[in-house]
Design a protein around this ligand. Structure first.
Ligand SMILES: Cc1cc2nc3c(=O)[nH]c(=O)nc-3n(C[C@H](O)[C@H](O)[C@H](O)COP(=O)(O)OP(=O)(O)OC[C@H]3O[C@@H](n4cnc5c(N)ncnc54)[C@H](O)[C@@H]3O)c2cc1C
Length: 464
C-alpha cells in the first residue's frame, strides 16, 4: 500500500467498485479499502467464491454482482482486503488497520462508499441470545452457507425481511412466521406515492412474487403486528406479539429482526462533513450534491452511505462520484465528465421512483423508534435502559450528547453505533422536540475499535 493515492475509495460494495473501475480507467492511482476479505459489499458479499447452488438460492439480483466484481478485478485499481478504516479527517488523511498494524495514508480525492447498516431498534428481549438482526443471518448464509437448522421467526419491516424469507425458503429453512410490524395505516398513507412507484414496477413485481411464493409454501405472514418481544430464561425461547387484537406466541429459539437500513455515517461524521436529518428515511445522512461532493473539498460520498437508495442506485452513484473525482483531478474535462455521466444520471433518477413509496410504506412507528418500554436496554455495551435515558431528560439533559455524557450511553465498545438513533428518538419524545433538533452523537475517531498497541505502532504525532 502506498502512502498517497490520487483517489482512495472506502468500501468495496457496488458503489465503491463502480467508482474505482471508472476512475482507474483514466490512469490515476486508485485503491479500494474494505474490511471484508473480497469485493462485493453487503449485497454481493462473497460473490467471487459463492458455490453455484448457494448463488441460485440467493437469487438473480445477487448474481448480478459477478459482473461488477469481475469488471473491477479487470481494472487497474488496487484492492486492499481486510483493511479497516478507523479514521478520516478533513485533510483527507485516512487511518487504516491492516494485518494488525495501523497506518495513516492520504489521497487527493476520497470517495466514502461505506454503505449502510441495519437500523437497530431496541425492543423487549432484543439482547437475549438467539435474537439477531436479519442481516447477520444473511451474512452467515452468504459467506459460509450457514442457515438455521431448527426454524426461525422473522420480524420487522422492510424489503430485506421478505428477501431473506424467500432466500431461506429456497435453502430449505423452516420459516415459522414472518411478522410484519409495519402499521396497517402505512398502506393508506403510502397510496399517493404508488403511481410514481409504478415507473419502477420491476421492484413491485419482485416483491409481490416473493410474497406469492412464501404464501404458497404455507409460511404464515402476519401484517400489522405490534408489541413484539422475545422471551426466555437465558436465551430466546418464544416470540410474543399482538395481532388482530389478540396476544400470540410462537415457540422459537431464533428470532431475526430487520427494521430497514440507515447510512453508515461514522466516517463522514468524524471527517466533519455536514449531515442532515432525512425525515422520509428516518435517519441522518451526509449532505451532498448530485456528484457526491460533500461540503468538504475532495471528500465525496456514494451509495447507501450517502442516503438509502439500493444497490443499483449505489452502482450508478459510484460511477458519478468516480467521474467527478477524475474531473477534480484534472484527468477529464467537465464536458467529458458530463458526456460519460448521461446514462448513470438517468439511471439514478429512474431508480428513485420507487423510494418515496417504499419510505412511506415502511415507516417505522414512532413508539418503536422511541422504545416505549422503559425496562428495555437501549445501550447494550453500558446496559442503559430506555427508562434511564428518559430520567436523564427529565433531569434537564435535553440533547443526545448530554444524555451520553450523563448516562455513558454510547460510550462502550460499539461507540454508539447500536444506540445513537434510539437515544435521539427517546430524547426527542421525552422532551417533546423534533428528532432532528436532538443531534446525533459526536463522531470521533477511532470509528472502529483500535488497540493501544496498534495506535502506538503508528509512531506519528497528532494523529487524532
Ligand atoms: C446486512 C445488510 C444486508 C443487505 N443485503 C441486501 C440484499 O441482500 N439485497 C439488497 O438488495 N440489498 C441489501 N442490503 C442493502 C445493500 O447493502 C445496499 O443497497 C447496497 O449494498 C449498497 O451498496 P454500497 O456500495 O453503498 O454499500 P455496501 O454494499 O454496504 O458496501 C460498503 C462496503 O464498505 C465496507 N466498509 C464499511 N465501513 C468500513 C470501514 N470503516 N473500513 C473498511 N471497510 C468498510 C463494508 O465492508 C462494505 O463492503 C443489505 C444491507 C445490509 C446492511
Amino acid at each position: 500500500m502506498k502512502n498517497h493515492y490520487q483517489l482512495l475509495v472506502i468500501g468495496g460494495g457496488p458503489a465503491g467498485l463502480a467508482a474505482a473501475t471508472v476512475a482507474s480507467a483514466e490512469g490515476i492511482s486508485c485503491a479500494v479499502l474494505d474490511e471484508q476479505a473480497t469485493p462485493g459489499g453487503q449485497i454481493y458479499r462473497a460473490i467471487e467464491s459463492i458455490p453455484e447452488q448457494r448463488g441460485k438460492q440467493l437469487g438473480s439480483e445477487y448474481l448480478r454482482g459477478k459482473t461488477i466484481a469481475s469488471e473491477f478485478r479487470a481494472s487497474d485499481a488496487e484492492f486492499y482486503a481486510e483493511t479497516k478504516v478507523w479514521s478520516l479527517n478533513s485533510e483527507r488523511e485516512v487511518g487504516v488497520i491492516r494485518s494488525n498494524e495501523a497506518d495513516i495514508i492520504s489521497a487527493d480525492q476520497i470517495i466514502v462508499a461505506s454503505g449502510a447498516m441495519e437500523r437497530p431498534i431496541p425492543f423487549p428481549g432484543w439482547t437475549l441470545p438467539g435474537v439477531m438482526q436479519a442481516g447477520a443471518g444473511q451474512i452467515l448464509f452468504k459467506s459460509a452457507g450457514i442457515v438455521p437448522d431448527n426454524g426461525v421467526v422473522l420480524a420487522g419491516s422492510g424489503p430485506l425481511l421478505l428477501l431473506l424469507a424467500w432466500q431461506y425458503l429456497h435453502a430449505g429453512v423452516e420459516v415459522k412466521a414472518l411478522l410484519d410490524v409495519t402499521p396497517l395505516s402505512n398502506h393508506i398513507t403510502a397510496l399517493p406515492k404508488f403511481p410514481r412507484a409504478l415507473l419502477a414496477h420491476q421492484y413491485l413485481i419482485k416483491g409481490i412474487g416473493y410474497q406469492i411464493e412464501l404464501k404458497r409454501a404455507g409460511i404464515p405472514m402476519l401484517f400489522g403486528v405490534s408489541d413484539l418481544r422475545a422471551e426466555g430464561e437465558e436465551l430466546c425461547q418464544r416470540v410474543c406479539f399482538k395481532h388482530s387484537g389478540k396476544q400470540k406466541t410462537i415457540e422459537s429459539e431464533l428470532l431475526l429482526t430487520h427494521f430497514g437500513v440507515i447510512p453508515h455515517i461514522w466516517l463522514t461524521q468524524s471527517a466533519g462533513c455536514k449531515h442532515q436529518w432525512d425525515e422520509s428515511q428516518q435517519c441522518w445522512r451526509p449532505e451532498h450534491d448530485e456528484w457526491g461532493n460533500t461540503d468538504l473539498p475532495g471528500i465525496l460520498v456514494a451509495g447507501d452511505g450517502a442516503g438509502i437508495n439500493g444497490a443499483r442506485s449505489a452502482e450508478h452513484a459510484g460511477r458519478l462520484a468516480g467521474l467527478e473525482a477524475l474531473f477534480a483531478l484534472g484527468a477529464i474535462s467537465r464536458e467529458e465528465r458530463d458526456r460519460k455521466a448521461v446514462k448513470d444520471r438517468k439511471w439514478v433518477r429512474d431508480e428513485r421512483h420507487i423510494r418515496p413509496f417504499l419510505e412511506k410504506y415502511y415507516q417505522i412507528p414512532k413508539d418503536m423508534l422511541a422504545t416505549s418500554d422503559d425496562k428495555t436496554i437501549v445501550c447494550r455495551c453500558e446496559e442503559i435502559t430506555a427508562g434511564e435515558v428518559r430520567q436523564a431528560v427529565r433531569e434537564g439533559h435535553d440533547n443526545t450528547n448530554q444524555v451520553k455524557f450523563f448516562t455513558r450511553c454510547g460510550m462502550g465498545p460499539c461507540q454508539g453505533r447500536q444506540c445513537s438513533n434510539a437515544v435521539a428518538h427517546i430524547v426527542a419524545d421525552e422532551g417533546g422536540m423534533p428528532v432532528e433538533k436532538m443531534g446525533h452523537y459526536r463522531g470521533r475517531p477511532p470509528v472502529t475499535p483500535l488497540t493501544l498497541e496498534q495506535l502506538a505502532g503508528l509512531n506519528k504525532e497528532d494523529v487524532l
